[in-house]
Write a protein that binds this ligand. Structure first.
Ligand code: DQA
Length: 136
């Protein structure tokens, strides 16, 4: 199965940014662990800080991949455009958040994306990506 892991803004700084919330491992290093855990999956990875690039990527793979694991970062809470892109494509999307957004500021409690996603995994740290992959 072809699966894309798609990370949004500021997630390029994992391992550097707010370590108390997001941990001290870089995503690149964690991705190697995921590849080893799921030898049967064809895993691709894309990260962008820009909303348009995330939407372009969803359009590009959204009719030919088997799944997307999406952490849209703060765009989760603001982006009707990403929500619409998820609705437009046929590939199922799983929404992941490293932190438990419901324990944090109120503005993080609402996601524009969840309604259009197959499922949501929140608050399990980086392990949330593994849990999402295990569902495919
Ligand atoms: C996040 C939660 C968002 O509220 C935040 O803006 C992020 C990361 C998470 O993975 O916990 O950038 O999506």
């Amino acid at each position: 199965k072809k699966i894309l892991i798609l990370n949004g803004p500021n997630l390029n700084l994992l391992g550097v940014r707010e370590k108390g919330i997001y941990g001290d491992q870089s995503f690149e290093s964690y991705l190697e662990e995921l590849k080893a855990k799921f030898p049967g999956l064809e895993l691709s990875y894309f990260q962008s800080n820009s909303e348009g690039a995330i939407i372009d990527k969803l359009h590009e793979i959204g009719f030919n991949f088997d799944g997307v694991v999406l952490n849209a970062g703060a765009y989760t809470h603001t982006s009707v455009a990403i929500a619409d892109a998820i609705a437009a494509i046929t590939t199922p999307v799983i929404e992941v958040h490293i932190s438990n957004v419901h324990q944090r500021e109120t503005f993080r409690h609402h996601s524009y994306l969840s309604k259009n996603c197959k499922g949501i995994i929140v608050g399990f740290g980086l392990d949330g990506y593994r849990l999402a992959l295990a569902s495919f």
